[in-house]
Design a binder for this molecule. Sequence first.
Ligand SMILES: Cc1ncc(COP(=O)(O)O)c(C=O)c1O
Length: 422
Amino acid sequence: MSLIQKDQNYIWHPFTPQTSGYESVIIKSAKGVWLYTQEGEAIIDAISSWWVNLHGHAHQALNKALQEQSERLEHVIFAGFAHEPAICLAEQLLKNFGMYVGKVFFSDNGSTAVEVAIKIALQSFFNQDKPRLKLIAFEGAYHGDTFGSMAVGDRNAFNAPFFDLLFDVSFLPLPSDTNFDAVCSAMQAHLAQENVAAFIYEPLVQGAAGMRMYAPEHLETLMQMVHLAGGLCIADEVMTGFGRTGTLFASQQMRVQPDLVCLSKGLTGGYMPLGATLVQESVYKHFQNKPFLKTFFHGHSFTANPLACAVAKTSLDLLLEASTQANIDRITGQNKCFLEEIKQLKRVREVRTMGTILAIELENEQVTSYFNEERQDLYQYFLQKGVLLRPLGNVVYTMPPYCITENELQRVFDVIKAYISR
Ligand SMILES: Cc1ncc(COP(=O)(O)O)c(C=O)c1O
């Protein structure tokens, strides 16, 4: 039996309709931005394999970090025990975020980083004997697929089977110049109830909603309102973290700091599953020196896996290197040029960019949404041209690893332009 047949026989893939005869592309190896199929075809990974890869595939320094760590310590229980990779990584994450007094709580992925943030926020009020249960999020939000992270996400077809089981969350429209006053009034009305524990948001860019972007000044004002009302701000930087928006973290574009920060995806440079929730000391103090029953009783078997932490620390070092920062600036510049080049084309409904993210909303007879039916044509067209793009409906976006060269990125743009100029 071929690998494709075995894949069909034995595997259920994520976000994939179970249509009989569906064939996965089997990848045999990868290097830099290139994925190689078992037939020897080369495909540019222009979306960093679901936004996780920062420095390219099979990176020498990351391979070395992983191998060396595997020879020392592959894993150890993280309650009562600790290890150097987790300790050094936590120190570096806090320092680079600019959270000088705080703590890092490790978990496994983006959804669990969000679950941990929500639970810590809620329990911090419980521990003060002043329970608050209300959460506020943005319409269109995506924070993951576990129940808590689904609950703070937009109510849509993805979570429709579970609507009745999701806890109640108040949703605000994403702010823009035209609706900002109304969004502030809606926020104020929720805060007036005095039961808002936290406001959770994807800072500056809503990823899964179609790379929807909004202004730092708007977010900053909303965060200030929440703080004034005694609520907490949870920045879900699972996608925006590690340079995607041009700064190391999107939160650094606001003057107000969040109380909790969720990290994953780029955290390990795309090598290992790892989640981290950064917690300000002002929140942590509600768990410190408290009675046993006020402990945060949460953990995962692979919390702070040493292999993942070691590779994450090396990935962060690489990210901070001047050459990587120069690549981020160059990609940002190329994005801006391409935006100018295509914005007047007939098929372009809207085009936007922030840092290394570029999104092009295509004009067709349907509304912009993940369910816009052009998605499948786009995906197949790009794949046939040797470029992995996974459009969110009619929104084509690029989010490449930072090692992509000028020519490789230009090649991606040429393929996109060829499609929209047809
Ligand atoms: C902003 C955001 N939060 C959370 C998640 C969930 O992360 P994971 O898929 O690792 O559970 C995602 C995934 O796309 C995301 O974009």
